[in-house]
Write a protein that binds this ligand. Structure first.
Ligand SMILES: Cc1cc2nc3c(=O)[nH]c(=O)nc-3n(C[C@H](O)[C@H](O)[C@H](O)COP(=O)(O)OP(=O)(O)OC[C@H]3O[C@@H](n4cnc5c(N)ncnc54)[C@H](O)[C@@H]3O)c2cc1C
Length: 431
Protein backbone atom coordinates (compact mmCIF):
# COMPACT_ATOMS: atom_id res chain seq x y z
CA UNK A 1 0.00 0.00 0.00
CA UNK A 2 1.47 3.43 -0.95
CA UNK A 3 1.87 5.92 1.85
CA UNK A 4 -0.80 8.58 2.36
CA UNK A 5 0.44 12.09 1.56
CA UNK A 6 0.70 13.99 4.88
CA UNK A 7 -1.34 16.90 3.46
CA UNK A 8 -4.02 14.75 1.85
CA UNK A 9 -7.53 15.98 2.59
CA UNK A 10 -10.92 14.61 1.66
CA UNK A 11 -12.80 16.92 -0.72
CA UNK A 12 -16.44 17.70 -1.32
CA UNK A 13 -16.59 17.22 -5.11
CA UNK A 14 -19.21 18.25 -7.69
CA UNK A 15 -19.43 16.41 -10.98
CA UNK A 16 -21.42 18.26 -13.65
CA UNK A 17 -22.97 15.68 -16.01
CA UNK A 18 -23.89 12.07 -15.25
CA UNK A 19 -22.85 10.42 -18.53
CA UNK A 20 -20.20 7.72 -18.83
CA UNK A 21 -17.38 10.12 -17.99
CA UNK A 22 -19.12 11.72 -15.00
CA UNK A 23 -20.05 8.39 -13.46
CA UNK A 24 -16.50 7.07 -13.88
CA UNK A 25 -15.01 10.20 -12.34
CA UNK A 26 -17.41 9.89 -9.40
CA UNK A 27 -16.33 6.28 -8.79
CA UNK A 28 -12.63 7.12 -9.10
CA UNK A 29 -12.98 9.97 -6.58
CA UNK A 30 -15.15 7.94 -4.20
CA UNK A 31 -12.50 5.24 -4.13
CA UNK A 32 -9.93 7.85 -3.04
CA UNK A 33 -11.97 8.93 -0.03
CA UNK A 34 -13.72 12.01 -1.46
CA UNK A 35 -17.43 12.81 -1.13
CA UNK A 36 -19.08 13.25 -4.51
CA UNK A 37 -22.32 14.75 -5.82
CA UNK A 38 -23.28 14.40 -9.49
CA UNK A 39 -25.50 17.11 -10.97
CA UNK A 40 -27.20 15.95 -14.19
CA UNK A 41 -29.47 18.17 -16.28
CA UNK A 42 -31.65 15.28 -17.57
CA UNK A 43 -33.43 12.43 -15.82
CA UNK A 44 -32.17 9.65 -18.16
CA UNK A 45 -35.75 8.72 -19.12
CA UNK A 46 -36.45 7.68 -22.70
CA UNK A 47 -32.82 7.53 -23.83
CA UNK A 48 -32.03 5.32 -26.80
CA UNK A 49 -28.58 3.82 -26.70
CA UNK A 50 -26.17 2.19 -29.05
CA UNK A 51 -23.10 0.04 -28.75
CA UNK A 52 -20.18 1.66 -26.99
CA UNK A 53 -16.64 0.29 -27.21
CA UNK A 54 -14.67 -0.39 -24.07
CA UNK A 55 -11.21 -1.55 -25.08
CA UNK A 56 -8.62 -2.86 -22.61
CA UNK A 57 -7.44 0.67 -21.78
CA UNK A 58 -10.94 1.34 -20.45
CA UNK A 59 -11.73 -2.09 -18.98
CA UNK A 60 -8.53 -1.90 -16.92
CA UNK A 61 -10.03 0.88 -14.83
CA UNK A 62 -13.42 -0.77 -14.47
CA UNK A 63 -11.58 -3.66 -12.79
CA UNK A 64 -9.45 -1.33 -10.70
CA UNK A 65 -12.60 0.39 -9.40
CA UNK A 66 -14.39 -2.94 -8.72
CA UNK A 67 -17.19 -2.33 -11.20
CA UNK A 68 -19.44 -5.37 -11.66
CA UNK A 69 -18.73 -5.77 -15.38
CA UNK A 70 -21.15 -8.70 -15.76
CA UNK A 71 -24.02 -6.21 -15.37
CA UNK A 72 -23.01 -4.58 -18.67
CA UNK A 73 -23.90 -7.74 -20.65
CA UNK A 74 -21.11 -6.87 -23.08
CA UNK A 75 -19.99 -8.70 -26.17
CA UNK A 76 -16.29 -9.61 -26.17
CA UNK A 77 -14.56 -8.42 -29.31
CA UNK A 78 -12.58 -11.14 -31.11
CA UNK A 79 -11.96 -9.62 -34.53
CA UNK A 80 -12.20 -6.54 -36.73
CA UNK A 81 -13.56 -7.27 -40.19
CA UNK A 82 -13.39 -4.88 -43.12
CA UNK A 83 -15.79 -5.90 -45.90
CA UNK A 84 -16.01 -4.93 -49.52
CA UNK A 85 -18.56 -2.13 -49.98
CA UNK A 86 -20.48 -3.85 -52.78
CA UNK A 87 -20.01 -7.60 -52.27
CA UNK A 88 -19.65 -7.70 -48.48
CA UNK A 89 -16.73 -10.13 -48.80
CA UNK A 90 -14.10 -9.71 -46.06
CA UNK A 91 -11.09 -7.83 -47.44
CA UNK A 92 -9.11 -7.43 -44.22
CA UNK A 93 -9.51 -9.24 -40.91
CA UNK A 94 -7.67 -8.41 -37.69
CA UNK A 95 -7.69 -11.47 -35.45
CA UNK A 96 -8.06 -10.49 -31.78
CA UNK A 97 -8.70 -13.92 -30.23
CA UNK A 98 -5.55 -13.50 -28.08
CA UNK A 99 -6.41 -9.91 -27.06
CA UNK A 100 -7.08 -10.69 -23.36
CA UNK A 101 -3.99 -12.88 -23.16
CA UNK A 102 -1.81 -10.11 -24.63
CA UNK A 103 -3.30 -7.07 -22.99
CA UNK A 104 -4.69 -8.41 -19.72
CA UNK A 105 -8.26 -7.23 -20.21
CA UNK A 106 -11.14 -7.83 -22.59
CA UNK A 107 -12.37 -5.43 -25.25
CA UNK A 108 -16.11 -5.18 -24.56
CA UNK A 109 -18.92 -3.76 -26.62
CA UNK A 110 -21.61 -2.55 -24.23
CA UNK A 111 -25.04 -1.14 -24.90
CA UNK A 112 -24.64 2.41 -23.56
CA UNK A 113 -27.66 2.18 -21.28
CA UNK A 114 -26.41 -1.07 -19.73
CA UNK A 115 -22.97 0.42 -19.28
CA UNK A 116 -24.54 3.53 -17.77
CA UNK A 117 -26.60 1.45 -15.31
CA UNK A 118 -23.57 -0.69 -14.41
CA UNK A 119 -21.56 2.44 -13.58
CA UNK A 120 -24.45 4.17 -11.81
CA UNK A 121 -24.96 1.16 -9.51
CA UNK A 122 -21.26 1.07 -8.72
CA UNK A 123 -21.17 4.81 -7.95
CA UNK A 124 -24.27 5.01 -5.78
CA UNK A 125 -24.55 1.67 -4.01
CA UNK A 126 -23.44 1.04 -0.44
CA UNK A 127 -21.02 -1.76 -1.17
CA UNK A 128 -17.45 -1.04 -2.23
CA UNK A 129 -14.88 1.41 -0.92
CA UNK A 130 -15.82 4.99 -0.14
CA UNK A 131 -18.94 7.02 0.46
CA UNK A 132 -21.82 6.34 -2.02
CA UNK A 133 -22.13 9.06 -4.64
CA UNK A 134 -25.20 11.34 -4.49
CA UNK A 135 -26.97 11.82 -7.82
CA UNK A 136 -29.12 14.91 -8.39
CA UNK A 137 -31.03 14.83 -11.67
CA UNK A 138 -32.80 17.80 -13.30
CA UNK A 139 -29.93 20.08 -12.27
CA UNK A 140 -28.66 22.06 -15.23
CA UNK A 141 -25.49 23.98 -14.45
CA UNK A 142 -25.43 27.50 -15.89
CA UNK A 143 -22.43 29.12 -14.19
CA UNK A 144 -19.62 28.48 -11.72
CA UNK A 145 -17.35 30.77 -9.73
CA UNK A 146 -13.98 29.22 -10.57
CA UNK A 147 -12.32 30.55 -7.38
CA UNK A 148 -14.91 29.62 -4.79
CA UNK A 149 -16.49 26.55 -6.45
CA UNK A 150 -20.00 27.98 -6.19
CA UNK A 151 -22.27 26.46 -8.86
CA UNK A 152 -25.47 28.07 -10.08
CA UNK A 153 -28.20 25.98 -11.69
CA UNK A 154 -30.86 26.97 -14.19
CA UNK A 155 -33.52 27.43 -11.49
CA UNK A 156 -31.28 29.79 -9.51
CA UNK A 157 -30.35 27.23 -6.84
CA UNK A 158 -26.66 27.29 -5.85
CA UNK A 159 -24.27 24.73 -4.36
CA UNK A 160 -20.72 25.03 -3.09
CA UNK A 161 -17.94 22.45 -3.56
CA UNK A 162 -14.16 22.24 -3.09
CA UNK A 163 -13.68 20.90 -6.63
CA UNK A 164 -15.94 20.97 -9.71
CA UNK A 165 -15.40 18.60 -12.65
CA UNK A 166 -17.23 19.38 -15.90
CA UNK A 167 -18.26 16.11 -17.56
CA UNK A 168 -21.06 17.78 -19.47
CA UNK A 169 -20.36 16.50 -22.95
CA UNK A 170 -19.63 18.06 -26.30
CA UNK A 171 -21.76 21.20 -25.72
CA UNK A 172 -20.19 21.77 -22.29
CA UNK A 173 -21.26 24.78 -20.22
CA UNK A 174 -18.34 24.25 -17.83
CA UNK A 175 -15.89 24.62 -20.71
CA UNK A 176 -17.21 28.15 -21.28
CA UNK A 177 -16.89 28.89 -17.58
CA UNK A 178 -13.14 28.23 -17.67
CA UNK A 179 -12.77 30.58 -20.63
CA UNK A 180 -12.36 28.33 -23.64
CA UNK A 181 -13.32 29.66 -27.02
CA UNK A 182 -14.25 26.66 -29.10
CA UNK A 183 -12.92 26.42 -32.61
CA UNK A 184 -15.05 23.86 -34.40
CA UNK A 185 -16.41 23.13 -37.84
CA UNK A 186 -19.01 20.66 -39.03
CA UNK A 187 -17.44 17.50 -40.42
CA UNK A 188 -17.74 16.75 -44.13
CA UNK A 189 -19.49 13.56 -43.01
CA UNK A 190 -22.89 12.88 -41.53
CA UNK A 191 -23.78 9.90 -39.38
CA UNK A 192 -27.06 8.15 -38.64
CA UNK A 193 -27.25 5.42 -36.03
CA UNK A 194 -29.73 2.52 -36.21
CA UNK A 195 -30.49 -0.49 -34.04
CA UNK A 196 -31.36 -3.90 -35.54
CA UNK A 197 -32.33 -6.93 -33.46
CA UNK A 198 -30.49 -10.11 -34.39
CA UNK A 199 -33.72 -12.04 -33.91
CA UNK A 200 -35.61 -10.02 -36.52
CA UNK A 201 -32.73 -10.15 -39.02
CA UNK A 202 -32.38 -13.93 -38.68
CA UNK A 203 -36.17 -14.41 -39.00
CA UNK A 204 -35.97 -12.63 -42.37
CA UNK A 205 -33.16 -14.90 -43.53
CA UNK A 206 -30.48 -12.22 -43.21
CA UNK A 207 -26.95 -12.97 -41.94
CA UNK A 208 -26.43 -13.38 -38.20
CA UNK A 209 -23.52 -10.97 -37.81
CA UNK A 210 -23.59 -11.36 -34.00
CA UNK A 211 -21.81 -14.71 -34.39
CA UNK A 212 -18.64 -12.98 -35.59
CA UNK A 213 -17.95 -11.23 -32.25
CA UNK A 214 -16.59 -8.47 -34.43
CA UNK A 215 -16.78 -4.82 -35.24
CA UNK A 216 -17.49 -5.00 -38.97
CA UNK A 217 -16.82 -2.22 -41.47
CA UNK A 218 -18.07 -1.72 -44.98
CA UNK A 219 -16.01 0.84 -46.92
CA UNK A 220 -13.85 3.44 -45.24
CA UNK A 221 -11.14 3.56 -47.91
CA UNK A 222 -10.45 7.16 -48.93
CA UNK A 223 -14.15 7.82 -48.62
CA UNK A 224 -16.46 9.21 -45.98
CA UNK A 225 -18.90 6.38 -46.80
CA UNK A 226 -18.65 3.76 -44.10
CA UNK A 227 -20.96 1.39 -42.27
CA UNK A 228 -19.80 0.27 -38.82
CA UNK A 229 -21.56 -2.63 -37.13
CA UNK A 230 -21.00 -3.32 -33.46
CA UNK A 231 -23.02 -5.97 -31.58
CA UNK A 232 -24.04 -5.54 -27.93
CA UNK A 233 -26.41 -6.96 -25.30
CA UNK A 234 -24.88 -10.40 -25.57
CA UNK A 235 -25.25 -10.21 -29.38
CA UNK A 236 -29.03 -9.69 -29.42
CA UNK A 237 -28.68 -6.09 -30.63
CA UNK A 238 -26.75 -4.90 -33.68
CA UNK A 239 -25.76 -1.28 -33.52
CA UNK A 240 -25.09 0.39 -36.89
CA UNK A 241 -23.21 3.66 -37.35
CA UNK A 242 -23.75 4.78 -40.94
CA UNK A 243 -21.56 7.53 -42.39
CA UNK A 244 -22.12 9.42 -45.65
CA UNK A 245 -21.22 12.82 -47.14
CA UNK A 246 -22.87 15.79 -45.41
CA UNK A 247 -24.04 16.93 -48.84
CA UNK A 248 -26.38 13.91 -48.81
CA UNK A 249 -28.00 14.84 -45.50
CA UNK A 250 -26.99 17.42 -42.91
CA UNK A 251 -27.62 16.52 -39.26
CA UNK A 252 -24.93 18.75 -37.73
CA UNK A 253 -27.45 20.76 -35.74
CA UNK A 254 -29.79 17.94 -34.73
CA UNK A 255 -29.96 16.46 -31.25
CA UNK A 256 -29.11 12.85 -30.46
CA UNK A 257 -32.77 12.28 -29.57
CA UNK A 258 -34.20 13.50 -32.93
CA UNK A 259 -35.64 10.67 -35.05
CA UNK A 260 -34.89 10.13 -38.76
CA UNK A 261 -36.96 7.99 -41.18
CA UNK A 262 -35.49 4.77 -42.59
CA UNK A 263 -35.57 6.28 -46.11
CA UNK A 264 -32.96 8.83 -44.99
CA UNK A 265 -30.79 6.00 -43.73
CA UNK A 266 -30.94 4.02 -46.98
CA UNK A 267 -30.82 6.86 -49.53
CA UNK A 268 -27.03 7.38 -49.54
CA UNK A 269 -26.30 3.70 -50.17
CA UNK A 270 -27.71 2.48 -53.55
CA UNK A 271 -24.55 0.43 -54.23
CA UNK A 272 -24.06 -1.06 -50.75
CA UNK A 273 -23.79 -4.84 -50.20
CA UNK A 274 -27.43 -6.00 -50.22
CA UNK A 275 -27.05 -8.20 -47.13
CA UNK A 276 -26.16 -5.31 -44.85
CA UNK A 277 -28.47 -2.94 -46.76
CA UNK A 278 -31.37 -5.24 -45.87
CA UNK A 279 -30.30 -5.12 -42.23
CA UNK A 280 -30.45 -1.33 -42.35
CA UNK A 281 -33.89 -1.51 -43.96
CA UNK A 282 -35.26 -2.99 -40.69
CA UNK A 283 -33.34 -0.45 -38.60
CA UNK A 284 -35.14 1.10 -35.62
CA UNK A 285 -34.49 4.14 -33.43
CA UNK A 286 -32.66 5.93 -36.22
CA UNK A 287 -30.83 8.87 -34.67
CA UNK A 288 -28.39 11.42 -36.01
CA UNK A 289 -24.92 11.57 -34.54
CA UNK A 290 -23.69 15.16 -34.74
CA UNK A 291 -20.18 15.31 -36.14
CA UNK A 292 -18.16 18.43 -35.30
CA UNK A 293 -14.43 18.65 -35.67
CA UNK A 294 -12.85 20.32 -32.62
CA UNK A 295 -9.24 21.39 -32.38
CA UNK A 296 -7.51 20.73 -29.01
CA UNK A 297 -8.35 23.37 -26.41
CA UNK A 298 -5.75 25.66 -24.83
CA UNK A 299 -6.38 24.46 -21.27
CA UNK A 300 -8.63 22.12 -19.27
CA UNK A 301 -8.75 23.81 -15.86
CA UNK A 302 -9.10 27.09 -14.04
CA UNK A 303 -9.12 27.62 -10.26
CA UNK A 304 -11.02 24.73 -8.72
CA UNK A 305 -12.77 23.75 -11.97
CA UNK A 306 -11.63 21.16 -14.54
CA UNK A 307 -13.15 19.49 -17.58
CA UNK A 308 -12.98 15.95 -18.95
CA UNK A 309 -14.46 13.55 -21.51
CA UNK A 310 -16.28 15.01 -24.49
CA UNK A 311 -16.26 18.41 -22.76
CA UNK A 312 -12.45 18.44 -22.99
CA UNK A 313 -11.72 16.57 -26.23
CA UNK A 314 -14.71 15.76 -28.41
CA UNK A 315 -13.65 13.43 -31.18
CA UNK A 316 -14.85 11.63 -34.27
CA UNK A 317 -16.17 8.17 -33.41
CA UNK A 318 -13.84 6.38 -35.85
CA UNK A 319 -11.35 5.03 -33.29
CA UNK A 320 -14.15 3.83 -30.96
CA UNK A 321 -12.23 5.54 -28.15
CA UNK A 322 -14.65 8.29 -27.00
CA UNK A 323 -15.79 6.40 -23.92
CA UNK A 324 -12.33 4.98 -23.18
CA UNK A 325 -10.80 8.44 -23.25
CA UNK A 326 -13.46 9.60 -20.76
CA UNK A 327 -12.67 6.56 -18.58
CA UNK A 328 -8.93 7.35 -18.74
CA UNK A 329 -9.64 10.98 -17.81
CA UNK A 330 -11.63 9.77 -14.81
CA UNK A 331 -8.78 7.45 -13.83
CA UNK A 332 -6.28 10.31 -14.08
CA UNK A 333 -8.47 12.56 -11.94
CA UNK A 334 -8.69 9.79 -9.34
CA UNK A 335 -4.90 9.39 -9.31
CA UNK A 336 -4.18 13.13 -9.23
CA UNK A 337 -6.46 13.48 -6.19
CA UNK A 338 -5.33 10.17 -4.67
CA UNK A 339 -4.31 9.60 -1.07
CA UNK A 340 -0.80 8.97 -2.35
CA UNK A 341 -0.30 12.16 -4.40
CA UNK A 342 -2.84 14.85 -3.48
CA UNK A 343 -1.20 17.44 -1.22
CA UNK A 344 -4.31 19.56 -0.64
CA UNK A 345 -3.64 21.98 -3.53
CA UNK A 346 -6.69 21.57 -5.80
CA UNK A 347 -5.47 23.67 -8.73
CA UNK A 348 -2.08 21.96 -8.75
CA UNK A 349 -3.77 18.54 -8.94
CA UNK A 350 -5.90 19.81 -11.84
CA UNK A 351 -2.81 21.07 -13.64
CA UNK A 352 -1.10 17.70 -13.17
CA UNK A 353 -4.25 16.04 -14.55
CA UNK A 354 -4.19 18.31 -17.62
CA UNK A 355 -0.49 17.69 -18.17
CA UNK A 356 -0.97 13.93 -17.97
CA UNK A 357 -4.05 13.68 -20.14
CA UNK A 358 -3.92 16.37 -22.81
CA UNK A 359 -1.14 14.97 -25.03
CA UNK A 360 -2.56 11.45 -25.13
CA UNK A 361 -6.20 12.48 -25.57
CA UNK A 362 -5.22 15.01 -28.28
CA UNK A 363 -3.29 12.33 -30.14
CA UNK A 364 -6.33 10.04 -30.11
CA UNK A 365 -8.56 12.96 -31.14
CA UNK A 366 -6.36 13.70 -34.18
CA UNK A 367 -6.11 10.03 -35.13
CA UNK A 368 -9.89 9.69 -34.90
CA UNK A 369 -10.26 12.55 -37.40
CA UNK A 370 -7.82 10.84 -39.80
CA UNK A 371 -9.62 7.51 -39.43
CA UNK A 372 -12.84 9.20 -40.57
CA UNK A 373 -11.76 8.66 -44.19
CA UNK A 374 -9.00 6.09 -43.88
CA UNK A 375 -9.77 2.85 -42.08
CA UNK A 376 -6.06 1.96 -41.98
CA UNK A 377 -5.63 4.66 -39.33
CA UNK A 378 -8.03 2.75 -37.05
CA UNK A 379 -6.37 1.02 -34.07
CA UNK A 380 -5.95 -2.63 -35.10
CA UNK A 381 -6.05 -2.10 -38.84
CA UNK A 382 -3.13 0.29 -38.28
CA UNK A 383 -1.10 -2.61 -36.86
CA UNK A 384 -1.18 -4.34 -40.22
CA UNK A 385 2.40 -4.49 -41.42
CA UNK A 386 1.67 -5.16 -45.08
CA UNK A 387 2.80 -1.67 -46.08
CA UNK A 388 2.37 -2.25 -49.76
CA UNK A 389 -1.40 -2.30 -49.31
CA UNK A 390 -1.92 -0.15 -46.22
CA UNK A 391 -0.77 3.37 -45.57
CA UNK A 392 -1.31 5.94 -42.86
CA UNK A 393 -0.61 9.65 -43.03
CA UNK A 394 2.28 9.59 -40.57
CA UNK A 395 3.74 6.34 -39.19
CA UNK A 396 4.90 8.13 -36.01
CA UNK A 397 1.43 9.46 -35.21
CA UNK A 398 -0.64 6.38 -35.92
CA UNK A 399 -2.36 4.64 -33.03
CA UNK A 400 -1.52 0.99 -32.42
CA UNK A 401 -2.99 -1.52 -29.99
CA UNK A 402 0.33 -1.49 -28.19
CA UNK A 403 0.33 2.31 -27.77
CA UNK A 404 -3.20 2.20 -26.38
CA UNK A 405 -2.80 -0.77 -24.05
CA UNK A 406 0.80 -0.59 -22.78
CA UNK A 407 0.40 2.82 -21.21
CA UNK A 408 1.13 3.03 -17.47
CA UNK A 409 -0.88 5.92 -16.07
CA UNK A 410 0.08 5.22 -12.46
CA UNK A 411 3.72 5.76 -13.42
CA UNK A 412 2.95 8.81 -15.55
CA UNK A 413 1.03 10.60 -12.77
CA UNK A 414 3.79 9.81 -10.25
CA UNK A 415 6.40 11.21 -12.66
CA UNK A 416 4.53 14.46 -13.32
CA UNK A 417 3.95 15.00 -9.59
CA UNK A 418 7.65 14.35 -9.03
CA UNK A 419 8.57 16.98 -11.66
CA UNK A 420 6.28 19.49 -9.94
CA UNK A 421 7.93 18.72 -6.63
CA UNK A 422 11.38 19.23 -8.12
CA UNK A 423 10.30 22.53 -9.67
CA UNK A 424 8.62 23.51 -6.41
CA UNK A 425 5.42 24.66 -8.13
CA UNK A 426 2.49 25.53 -5.94
CA UNK A 427 -0.82 27.29 -6.41
CA UNK A 428 -1.36 28.69 -9.92
CA UNK A 429 2.02 27.49 -11.09
CA UNK A 430 3.87 29.96 -8.83
CA UNK A 431 7.35 28.84 -7.80
C1 LIG B 1 -27.90 10.40 -24.57
C2 LIG B 1 -26.54 9.98 -25.08
C3 LIG B 1 -26.43 8.80 -25.79
C4 LIG B 1 -25.19 8.40 -26.29
N1 LIG B 1 -25.12 7.21 -26.92
C5 LIG B 1 -23.92 6.75 -27.32
C6 LIG B 1 -23.81 5.49 -27.90
O1 LIG B 1 -24.79 4.78 -28.03
N2 LIG B 1 -22.59 5.06 -28.33
C7 LIG B 1 -21.48 5.81 -28.15
O2 LIG B 1 -20.38 5.37 -28.53
N3 LIG B 1 -21.54 7.01 -27.56
C8 LIG B 1 -22.73 7.50 -27.14
N4 LIG B 1 -22.79 8.71 -26.57
C9 LIG B 1 -21.53 9.48 -26.40
C10 LIG B 1 -20.62 8.82 -25.39
O3 LIG B 1 -21.31 8.42 -24.25
C11 LIG B 1 -19.54 9.82 -25.07
O4 LIG B 1 -18.83 10.18 -26.25
C12 LIG B 1 -18.47 9.28 -24.15
O5 LIG B 1 -18.96 8.30 -23.31
C13 LIG B 1 -17.89 10.43 -23.32
O6 LIG B 1 -18.83 10.73 -22.32
P1 LIG B 1 -19.00 12.08 -21.53
O7 LIG B 1 -19.44 11.67 -20.16
O8 LIG B 1 -17.83 12.94 -21.66
O9 LIG B 1 -20.17 12.84 -22.27
P2 LIG B 1 -21.70 12.45 -22.45
O10 LIG B 1 -21.88 10.98 -22.51
O11 LIG B 1 -22.21 13.27 -23.58
O12 LIG B 1 -22.40 12.92 -21.09
C14 LIG B 1 -22.60 14.28 -20.77
C15 LIG B 1 -23.68 14.37 -19.70
O13 LIG B 1 -23.73 15.69 -19.21
C16 LIG B 1 -25.08 16.12 -19.14
N5 LIG B 1 -25.08 17.59 -19.24
C17 LIG B 1 -24.84 18.35 -20.35
N6 LIG B 1 -24.88 19.67 -20.05
C18 LIG B 1 -25.16 19.76 -18.72
C19 LIG B 1 -25.31 20.85 -17.81
N7 LIG B 1 -25.20 22.13 -18.23
N8 LIG B 1 -25.57 20.57 -16.51
C20 LIG B 1 -25.68 19.29 -16.07
N9 LIG B 1 -25.55 18.22 -16.89
C21 LIG B 1 -25.27 18.43 -18.20
C22 LIG B 1 -25.75 15.40 -20.29
O14 LIG B 1 -27.16 15.32 -20.13
C23 LIG B 1 -25.06 14.04 -20.26
O15 LIG B 1 -25.70 13.14 -19.38
C24 LIG B 1 -24.02 9.20 -26.08
C25 LIG B 1 -24.14 10.40 -25.36
C26 LIG B 1 -25.37 10.78 -24.84
C27 LIG B 1 -25.49 12.06 -24.02
Amino acid sequence: MPEIHPNFRSLDVAIIGGGIGGLCASIAMRRQGHRVTIYERADFAGEVGASISCAANGTQWLHEWDVDIEKGDGVILLQLINRDWESGDPVSVVDLHDYKERWGNYYYMFHRQYMHRMLMDCATEGKGEGTPVVLKVNHKCTSIDTSSGTITFEDGVTAHHDLVIGCDGIGSAVRKVIGINVEKRPSDSSCLHANVTTEEAVKLGLPDYSKDNAIEYWGGHNSVNKIVLSPCNGGSLLSYYCFFPRTKGDYANQNWDANAPVEDLLAPYPDLDKQVFNHLAIGKEIRPWRLWVHEPYSHWQKGVVGIMGDAAHPMMPDQSQGACMAIEDAAAIGLCFSREHFDGDVNKALRVYEEVRKPRASKVQAAAARARENIHERIGFSDNTDNSRYSVKDEKEKLTIEYMNSYDMHKHVAEVYQQHREQGTGMNGAV
